[in-house]
Design a protein around this ligand. Structure first.
Ligand SMILES: Nc1ncnc2c1ncn2[C@@H]1O[C@H](COP(=O)(O)OP(=O)(O)O)[C@@H](O)[C@H]1O
Ligand SMILES: [Mg+2]
Length: 251
């Protein structure tokens, strides 16, 4: 498959590493190409949508309804995508504020795969923000399996090392192609010893620095906005490079 045909990226990694932040930044980068991007939030423990989009009103649709209903049509998927008010090329698919693991009936993996396949017909690009813990999250697990690429976000902390030591054996199965994951070290700080983290993750291709401005954006509902100032130079080109590796240059 050539880069140009790639369309779906799953973002997965250690807890708190910056999976959601990176997924949002990649969506904003792809939207610059004036192509439609659907950002899927799979987290049902702390649904990210209310923390990412400063929408005037909270969405009335939820991916949970879609996954637990008997059938699924392209139209239903479309109706469940929430257009981003400020960014015309971005829409979101996720759980509503206040929902939790008991809100909907369990659904099959086939159902999750059906939804991801329908999304491929609807959107030019799909980014799936996965949860660290895949157990009990069928949608995130399905995305890890069917996405064209997986970005493995490795936090620069000891917890991340512990997490991967425990979790990687669970996705050893060939269907997950873990050896093909694109590894990014996230939240890098200017401490000595950064290389030790890289080595412990088996080497990384990209490094996203810890930036107070990114933290501020995350806390103030501004993640979809570009970064200002010279700090941006250490961050945005990395996002652009990841987008180019996965989705081609968009031309
Ligand atoms: N590159 C970064 N620079 C500064 N802070 C970051 C960066 N990436 C993530 N963060 C901070 O870490 C928090 C957790 O990130 P998030 O993307 O929600 O993690 P995850 O989805 O992996 O659990 C964010 O709210 C933000 O404050
Ligand atoms: Mg997250």
């Amino acid at each position: 498959m050539s880069n140009k045909q790639k369309q779906m990226l799953a973002v997965w990694g250690s807890p708190g590493a910056g999976k959601t932040v990176t997924a949002v930044k990649l969506a904003a980068e792809l939207a610059k190409r004036k192509k439609n991007v659907v950002l899927v939030f799979t987290d049902l423990t702390a649904p990210p949508l209310p923390a990412v989009a400063a929408e005037g009103k909270l969405p009335e649709v939820s991916v949970g309804e879609l996954l637990s209903a008997p059938g699924m049509t392209q139209e239903q998927v479309l109706k469940t995508c929430v257009p981003c008010e400020k960014h015309p090329y971005i829409s979101f698919l996720g759980y509503k504020a206040g929902e939790n693991v008991f809100t909907y009936a369990e659904y099959s993996k086939e159902k999750a795969v059906d939804m991801l396949v329908l999304l491929r017909h609807i959107a030019d690009y799909v980014i799936v923000d996965c949860t660290s813990v895949l157990t009990g999250n069928v949608l995130a697990t399905a995305a890890l399996e069917v996405a064209d690429d997986v970005l493995r976000v490795c936090g620069c902390d000891l917890k991340a090392i512990s997490y991967f030591a425990s979790y990687l054996p669970l996705i050893e199965d060939r269907k997950f192609k873990p050896e093909q994951h694109i590894r990014v070290l996230s939240n890098t700080r200017p401490y000595p010893g950064g290389m030790e983290y890289e080595n412990s993750f088996g080497g990384v291709k990209y490094r996203l620095p810890y930036l107070p401005i990114v933290e501020e954006q995350a806390a103030t509902l501004k993640l979809l906005e570009p970064l200002a100032g010279k700090e941006a130079k250490s961050y945005e080109p990395v996002i652009t490079a990841i987008a180019a590796e996965v989705f081609g240059d968009g031309k």
